[in-house]
Design a protein around this ligand. Sequence first.
Ligand code: M6R
Length: 607
Amino acid sequence: MCGIVGYVGGREVVALLIEGLRRLEYRGYDSAGVVVRGPEGLIASKAEGKLDRLVDKLEREPLTGSFGLGHTRWATHGAPNERNAHPVLDARRRVAVIHNGIIENFLQLKTELIAAGWEFETDTDTEVVANLISSLYDGDDLRGAVDAARKRFEGMYAFAVMATRREEIVATRQGPPLVVGLGEAENFLASDPAALLTYTRDVIFLDNAELALLTPRGVEIWDAQGHPVERAAQRLNWDPIQVEKGGYKHFMLKEIHEQPQALQDTFGGRVDFELARVEFDDIGFEGSLGESEVRRVHLLACGTSLHAALVGKFLIEELARIPVEVDYGSEYRYRDPIVEPATLAVGVSQSGETADTLSAMGAARERGASLLAICNVANSQATRISDGVILTHAGPEIGVASTKAFTTQLVALFLLAVRLRQARGMETAAEELAALAHLPQAIDETLALEPKIDQLARRFFRAEDFLYLGRGINYPIALEGALKLKEISYIHAEGYTAGEMKHGPIALIDEDLPVVMVASGDRVYDKVISNMQEVKARDGIVIAVTDHDAEELAGVADEVIQVPRIHRLLQPIVNVVPLQLLAYFTGVRRGADVDQPRNLAKSVTVE
Ligand code: M6R
């Protein structure tokens, strides 16, 4: 969604804000802007499009001043143009606001403010925030004005406000994240710690409904009732290097290559390989529902994380013999789900911020489920509302297309499945856990296929459509391959279970259609080969991803990507890697902005 950054202190503020926005640009990139306190009041500079447009503008028309706010936008209300870019100033130019989220009752508030004589220049809901705060601001107590105004807002939002009188920033959140960074005679605010890492690793994550006041001298926080909150800072162990491209052309490629280490980090320290047991010291969902009592699992997620959840269903049902339902976060609460006693609802989310997933988790909780989050971002909202958490430890994922977050989610779901199996007193999953130890090596070997996949992209990047087919536990991998290609290259791609091909998609097949088929050595391998024959019989182009000997498919597939074989339940983690690379190289060859694809944002914090 949108990226927020704020600074109070003695540094050159505009450069600092721009550097922070660079780290947050993945959250939204429709427009960007900064505001500082200048000699004659608040001065803002904004530009439509990517951050570089703002940087160019600031080079032509430099801005100087002290303390300030910066914003990078993913448009919700109002077109993504300069007029609607943030920061948004109130009609009297007394306060400046940057905002992430949606004020759902903005129309009603706007009508009231217009009736009271306030003028509006933008189409944003943010301007309601600015004008309402300004209408309540006596020129002295900004915190009081923000506190009073936020009580009128409905929706999910995080915003930060500054005025000219004092060097201070006031910020609050209800839903989307805000983190305060602590420095010496300076303090920072951001929607994501990635923006702060160059300056500080000592941070405080704001809770919902808290309000923070930042000055160079310190940070004060109050809860919804106005009581002061004492919370010690925590030290982030993220390395600033992790949010750099590290020699790669794009974050996406870097993150694809980080997978062997990321997967190792997901299971490292959590598996006793000698005893063939999964030991989580940090899961702790016993609070409301003992692991051995779990009788049903609901997996709730969106996008790529939903595809991980679909694989998770196979893992949990097969390893722990517990029935699993998988739901889109955006659908779950609207279908009045049946939550039986002893249901564990698991929110799967890289960011832990996705509004739809959070709402679904809330709906499961209301109906009596215990909540577990499988999440990459510690302290995110998903982790805070859950009884237990399995952090995926993938490290920061900056590329908008999820790659290492996906494969680490699969490992986390595998660990959960084994853990539930153990809790039920079933036989140890010795073979599966032994295979897990080889997974990073298998991914390393798969990455060595990169030149071949680049060549494949060269052959097919002009195609207008792609079909992805898989079966069983590899069906969600077909969905994920198609999603990656769509996101990164804007080529229309569909994922289907191979068995469904004959019920409709077969009509699409002709000599121009590349069909990517995941043909793993599991129980449906032979069936997938039959499906390949059906594609070939209709002149389709078959690109096979297989752990079988490439020779076996020589007569039936046009192109074969042979990946290392691992245990059947872990094979999807290997199989998805060539599909990530295919999407990446296809996107690059088509000249697409693979790290920041059009219309997307890394985390979608609105419904
Ligand atoms: O942060 P989350 O995992 O909750 O995000 C869910 C989806 O928005 C996300 O996976 C999205 O589909 C990605 N762009 C996929 O690459």
